[in-house]
Write a protein that binds this ligand. Structure first.
Ligand code: PXP
Length: 244
């Protein structure tokens, strides 16, 4: 079965907009679990724009689902991950000026440094995942540096769909399909995420090698209309339909 990881970052975005304790990301994680989420994802950014250190403390203390801790490859984040030892650590590229994670990690361009960065996380028992594009050289490099998982960036696919550029979108989907096949052939577990909506999840969920999707912004936005429970259940239904 294709797992659904619910990213709760933007519950924290909404909370931080007012400086109140609500809405509470931990409460969202519990609701997501009740709605059928298989895991919770949270990205502690360097600038703490949404998830904060205390949120990670709370999630680690109270969450019974696996936590996928997203972070940049910095010494500060590595120390936090080693202190908490979450189920999974997903390493993402991070730029202060970006609105969201814009591209995949350049694994091929920093193989040695990433292998050294990943080693203690693996030794601590974390499943290390690398958030990358579908380029074969990035997938091959991910296998070489010792990652257990690659998460393929679906942002470009979703943007091309929104912009109505359907030929380019279909070419991007094909590249994601080929990337998933290559990653699985190399023994990597394959995940995907970024930008997914009710409209775009189907063709991605149908990629047979995928084990997990991580979805956040759309689900939190849609929960204004459907409730978080309703939004997650509808996403789950569409994922299952694509696999049927
Ligand atoms: N996967 C990764 C690695 C991410 O960085 C993000 C965004 O934080 C997501 C999935 C979820 O993307 P979205 O919020 O657009 O669904």
């Amino acid at each position: 079965m294709l797992r659904l990881g619910v990213n709760i970052d933007h519950v924290a975005t909404l909370r931080n907009a007012r400086g109140t304790p609500w809405p509470d990301p931990m409460r969202a994680a519990e609701l997501a679990q009740a709605a059928g989420a298989d895991g919770i994802t949270a990205h502690l950014r360097e600038d703490r724009r949404h998830i904060r250190d205390e949120d990670i403390d709370t999630l680690m203390a109270r969450l019974t689902l696996p936590l996928n801790f997203e972070m940049a490859a910095t010494p500060e984040m590595q120390a936090i991950a080693l202190r908490h030892r979450p189920h999974a650590v997903c390493i993402v590229p991070e730029k202060r000026e970006e609105r969201t994670t814009e591209g995949g990690l350049d694994v091929a361009g920093q193989e040695e440094a990433l292998a050294a960065f990943i080693a203690p996380l693996r030794e601590a028992g974390c499943r290390v995942s690398l958030f990358i594009g579908h380029q074969p050289e990035q997938i091959r490099a991910s296998a070489r540096v010792g990652a257990a998982v690659v998460e393929l960036h679906t942002g470009a696919y979703c943007d091309l769909d929104t912009e109505g550029r359907h030929d380019e979108r279909d070419a991007e989907l094909q590249a994601l399909q080929q990337g998933a096949r290559l990653a699985a052939d190399l023994g990597l577990e394959v995940h995907a995420g970024h930008g997914l909506t009710f409209g775009t999840v189907g063709p991605i969920a149908a990629i047979p090698q995928l084990a997990e999707l991580n979805i956040g912004h759309f689900l939190i936005g849609e929960s204004v209309f459907l409730g978080l429970d309703g939004a997650i259940r509808e996403m789950r239904r569409r994922m299952d339909m694509a696999r049927a």
